[in-house]
Design a protein around this ligand. Structure first.
Ligand code: MG
Length: 205
């Protein structure tokens, strides 16, 4: 089976998309990072991780982030449009969607394992034919834990009823690949489409 990440694998690279959003809202990436760190330090929890585990809502996340950005920027930023702008900056990665179609045609099963945001579900689902490509979706925000927590990989394996070494896992973050390899899945670190496609085909050959 092929288990794929969503953001940065089946889409435009996330770094590019974030950069475009930060340009449009006029917040330098450094300030953004600083704000995230200050929220994490004050509450002891990374607000993005809390959001991705579905423990806080997008609205709560936005308030925390705006509170942290305000002293750094000298004004209160309007960040309600962040999610919207991010998805405007994201396009489907056709080469990787084709890869999923190719493996499916060869009788290989496919699943989606994503760190995501509950409120964004309609947005990301509208970018690709999810139900045609994947037999199941494991979304961090709905299962309450996120990659690289081993529990989310174990949950995925239970859902599909397979052993780790029967699964290829594709992700653009090395930390998520390391966790998957640790459990015995065959990790493919996505760096670019041609490389990831070739590695997956080689593993299946
Ligand atoms: Mg990703």
């Amino acid at each position: 089976m092929v288990i794929s990440d969503f953001g940065g694998v089946l889409t435009t690279p996330l770094v590019e998309a974030f950069a475009s959003v930060q340009d449009r809202v006029g917040i330098p990436p450094k300030t953004f990072g600083e704000a995230m760190r200050s929220v994490a330090e004050s509450g002891g929890k990374n607000p993005l991780f809390e959001l991705e585990c579905g423990r806080i809502t997008e609205a709560e996340f936005q308030v925390e982030l705006a509170d942290a950005l305000e002293p750094l920027l000298g004004h209160r930023p309007v960040i309600e449009e962040f999610g919207h702008l991010l998805f405007e900056a994201l396009d489907p990665n056709v080469g990787m969607l084709d890869l999923i179609r190719e493996v499916r045609r060869d009788g290989i099963r496919a699943a989606l394992l994503t760190n995501n945001v509950k409120e964004w579900e309609p947005k990301w689902r509208s970018m690709l034919p999810v139900d045609e490509l994947f037999e199941t979706v494991i979304d961090s925000a709905f299962v309450g834990c996120r990659k690289p927590d081993p529990r989310i990989y174990q949950l995925t394996l239970e859902r599909v009823g397979l052993e780790p070494d029967q699964c290829i896992f594709i992700d653009d973050m090395q930390i998520n690949i390391d966790a998957a390899n640790e459990l015995g899945l065959h990790g493919v670190h996505f760096r670019e489409t041609a490389q990831a496609r070739a590695e997956v085909h080689a593993l299946l050959a």
